[in-house]
Design a protein around this ligand. Sequence first.
Ligand code: 2P0
Length: 330
Amino acid sequence: MTTPTSHPVTARAHANIALVKYWGKRDAADNLPAAGSLSLTLDALTTITTVRFDAALADDAMELDGAPASAAVLAKTSRWLDLVRAQAAISTRAAITTRNHFPTASGLASSASGFAALALAASRAAGLALAPRDLSILARQGSGSAARSIYGGFARMHAGDTSDAAYATAIDGDAFAARVRMVIAVVGGGAPKLHLSRDAMEHCAKTSPLYAGWLACVPGDLRAAEDAIARADLPALGEITEANALAMHAAAIASRPAIIYWQPTTLALCAEVRALRERGVPAWATMDAGPHVKVLTEAASADVVAGALRAIPGVSAVSISASGGPAVIE
Ligand code: 2P0
């Protein structure tokens, strides 16, 4: 083991929204997903992270959005940095500075962009030059959804048979990705998550009578979503997106005790999205581990969708995001 001091390396990554959700693990220790997933990376949700390995440091240090990270976040990040140190055969501690540039009070999860930016910055700072597939594995070991944020546009997470096979790949569909937009409606002012998704997934897998049904529907949804992207068929992709999110939430809601991420405003937004469709506007809703609603639409309809969502009582902010690029060194 050596203890070199590195130059600081800064990386940028964007968050992604799953169109076919990741909900359940087959191995918590190595953070292996129970099934594949599929996402769209978004340009409006960005994390910028700087990492420097410093021989003078006795412990890892982390600043998050201008303040020292909590002990729990630092401990988790430090354990993850051990994976980078093992690959690079170094023992040096690291100083991390990370900042999220998300729409004001978005209340959106940042672990996807966070671990994607961290995987790129930390591996480079440690002297590693990892291929996207290996970066994706490293990001997954921090947070499952982060594996997909290594790529721009549409990305596909593969469950794989082993840890080395559980990575994401880019889906060829950049021209189609450039045509779509995600309209993000924030519900309830971005309150902290009711249930951490990591704990919620485990509870759902253990207690929900619908969990097996949820897992059984994922492979077909992945095939249908990939076929829709290959055909640049937005209505087909939208239908799968909305149906898959509802299946994930149905499994979560059936957990005992229940995991209910929705608020009344969430359902009012879903009803508005259906009403938009009935008027011929292409719009399909998806929800994650929180009450916010993200609406898949086309660029030409994004303003109409955003205006309709803004009018729903209980919505605190609405933003429009285009497809984002891959994780890059700044
Ligand atoms: C997703 N979610 O596919 C799904 C949909 C939440 C709902 O990925 O435990 O923070 O760190 O691997 O990636 C949130 O889970 O979970 C998530 P960990 P992560 O986007």
